[in-house]
Design a binder for this molecule. Structure first.
Ligand SMILES: [Zn+2]
Length: 82
């Protein structure tokens, strides 16, 4: 079940923080350059991101296909089984 973060949280992308997204959602990244999508290691991002706004945390994600690190966005890649 993929969806936009904005659809899940109901806020504009620029004001969404990691805290708005419950831990059972799997975060993914969309490349701003080539459009590649993939799931992310959320623990790693939580540790790296000093600013919890998604638009700042996204600077720590890089595209696995083209290596791009700019203008990448988060999306919801799915839900953890429980
Ligand atoms: Zn890419």
């Amino acid at each position: 079940m993929e969806m936009e973060v904005t659809a899940l949280v109901g806020k504009a992308y620029y004001e969404i923080t990691l805290d708005d997204i419950a831990e059972w959602w799997i975060l993914g990244g969309v490349c701003g350059c080539c459009g590649h999508k993939g799931p992310l290691n959320r623990d790693w991002i939580e540790r790296k991101a000093q600013n919890r706004l998604l638009r700042f945390a996204s600077r720590y994600i890089h595209c696995k296909r083209c290596g791009n690190g700019h203008l990448n966005r988060f999306y919801i890649a799915g839900k953890l089984p429980r």
